[in-house]
Structure formats: C-alpha cells, structure tokens
Design a protein. Structure first.
Length: 329
C-alpha cells in the first residue's frame, strides 16, 4: 500500500457539500465577491491560481507547466491542492482561485443549484482498462455484474460520480439496482473494508485501484465506464462565470495551453508516469504500472448531457442543468 497526499478521490462534491457550497455562493453574490482577477505582472504574464485535487487526472496540468506550454501563453500557474472538491469549487466561485478542476457530475449538480460556473477545458476521459473498476474478494462468490444485485458496494462519496457510474454500469448489464446499498468509505480504506468483509465490493479509481490489487485476494468484477459510453468524460477544468466574462482572453489562453497539455499527455504516457511522483506520494515503481485515463481536448458535451440525465434518474439532482450554458455553448 502506498500513501497519497489526498484521500478524497477525483474531485468529489457530496450532496451535503454542494448544499453548503450553494450557501457560500449566495453569500458571495450578496457581497459582490464573485469577480476573480488574475494578477498580470510587469512582464505581461498573468498569474493564475488553479484549484486541484492531486490525483492522476491532473497530470497534464503539471506536464504543461513543466514543458512550458502555459508560459508560451504568458501564463504562470500555481496549483492549489485541496483534499475536497467542494473546497476547490467554493474558492473558484468566491474569486480566491481563477481555475478549478472537478468531476463533471459535481459540476452538473452545482450548476443545477445555480452555482455560476463555466467549463473552460476538458479534464480527462475514462480509459477502457482498470482506471476505474469494481472489486470483490476472491472468496466472495461475486464473479459477474449480476452477482452485485442487492450487495453492499463501497464508493468514496454518496450521491455523486461513483454511485452514478456503478448504477449506470449495472443497468447496462441488465442488473436490478433497486437493492444495491452504497457505503461511503474513503478510497485508501476500501481494501481493508473488503478484507474485513464490511462490504461486498468496492468501486475505486487509480491509483487506489492498483493499491487494492496490490493487496491481493481480489478480482475485478466489472468496469462501469466503458459500459456507459466510450471515452466517458470524467472531469473538466472550470472557472466562475464572472471571471469568464471579465477575463475572456486569459481563459482563452488557458484553454489553448491546456488543450496542448492534454494532447501531449495522451501521446507521452512515459512523461505522465515521470511527473506523477512530483505531486502525488506515489512510488515510481507504482507510477510505472497504474492504468492511466485518456486525455483529449474534447469536452464531450453530448456525454455531459447523458451524465446529467443519469444524475437526474438516480436522484442526485432535481433540476436539469443548462449544459450548453455550462460549456459556453
């Protein structure tokens, strides 16, 4: 098992956190604090604070900084690691950070609650491999998706991307999800929870998936993302609507550099593995074998609408978010 600087996973906002975030945003709106400003230096370089959760998904951002892609766009980025996606989103909409990184389910839930956000660049897409998988013990008798009906499945947060993808993957496999019980357990504790039989299965993403496999005695039951859609868009970079309107040129230059970084990361996996230990407590020997997600500049708006439909189907939001507005379309 290896240590991570964050135990939160891929930038998750639980429903209770979104409620708190909405209150923060309403307060900020009332006091006029929603206009964030980058800090141009005398040399014409704009300084951006970028809120992230330090996971594999944000490797292109660090690669882009390392390779000078952002510098070429007269941008100086300072990543601001956080252990909670809600903290990142609150910081962005309050103007403390200009750009943030979040999973798309969280962004859709926030947008449906009136949080003024705008997606400015793609984050990552799910790969066809073990980037995210559902694990069960070898002695559990669970060998196929149908065996997960009525079982206790661990996810790192309730009412968000984990249970959404598990439910969608199970339904795509013809499984009745009415009896499935989701148990909220942090990713690093899932392996022990499986061993102790506190849960029947666990949904985990890399690098936690590799940690669970490394512990032994488990196997992959299913990989939900490919069952929902190929190249499923997991996360995005976003800003506050006010900042997108006040500093459109900075946002455009960030998007240009980020798109270049995403393409570079997709085409240079060895470089991704090299950069990972620089911002995650991940041993190089583990970084050499983790399953990487996919990176593409395509935000995937049609699949974001599919995600919104799924979130509404499973009760994670009650108001349909305006996906076109969220993506700037």
């Amino acid at each position: 098992m290896f240590a991570m600087r964050t135990w939160g996973g891929v930038d998750i906002i639980a429903r209770r956190a979104v409620a708190g975030l909405t209150a923060v945003v309403l307060s900020a709106c009332a006091t006029g604090l929603l206009v964030a400003c980058s800090e141009p230096a005398d040399d014409g370089v704009d300084h951006l604070d970028v809120g992230i959760v330090p996971v594999i998904d944000v490797a292109p951002l660090y690669l882009g900084i390392d390779r000078g892609f952002f510098a070429a766009q007269r941008l100086k980025l300072t990543p601001k690691p956080s252990q909670a996606g809600a903290t990142v989103t609150a910081a962005v909409v309050a103007g403390d950070e200009q750009i943030g990184f979040s999973n798309n389910t969280s962004l859709l839930i926030a947008a449906s609650k009136g949080v003024p956000l705008r997606i400015v660049a793609a984050g990552n897409q799910a790969a066809g491999g073990d980037y995210a998988a559902i694990f069960a013990r070898d002695d559990s008798g669970i060998t196929a998706p149908s065996d997960l009906a009525g079982k206790r499945i661990a996810v790192n947060n309730l009412g968000n991307v984990g249970p959404l993808t598990v439910n969608a993957g199970l339904e795509a496999s013809g499984v009745d999800i009415s009896g499935v019980q989701f148990v909220e357990i942090p990713f690093p504790q899932m392996g022990a929870a499986l061993t102790q039989r506190r849960i029947d299965a666990a949904w985990a993403v890399e690098p936690f998936a590799s940690a669970i496999k490394q512990g032994g005695g488990v196997h992959v039951v299913m990989r939900p993302y490919p069952l929902i859609a190929a190249h499923f868009p997991v996360a995005s970079y976003f800003t506050g609507t006010a900042y997108a309107k006040s500093d459109p040129d900075v946002v455009r230059r960030f998007r240009t550099a980020m798109n270049r970084s995403l393409t570079y990361a997709q085409n240079h996996p060895a470089e991704v593995r090299r950069i990972l230990p620089s911002y995650i407590d991940l041993p190089p020997e583990v970084a050499a074998h983790v399953v990487l997600p996919e990176w593409s500049p395509d935000v995937g708006a049609p699949l974001l609408r599919r995600t919104a439909d799924l979130a509404r189907r499973y009760g994670y939001l009650t108001t349909e978010p305006d996906v076109a507005r969220l993506t700037g379309g």
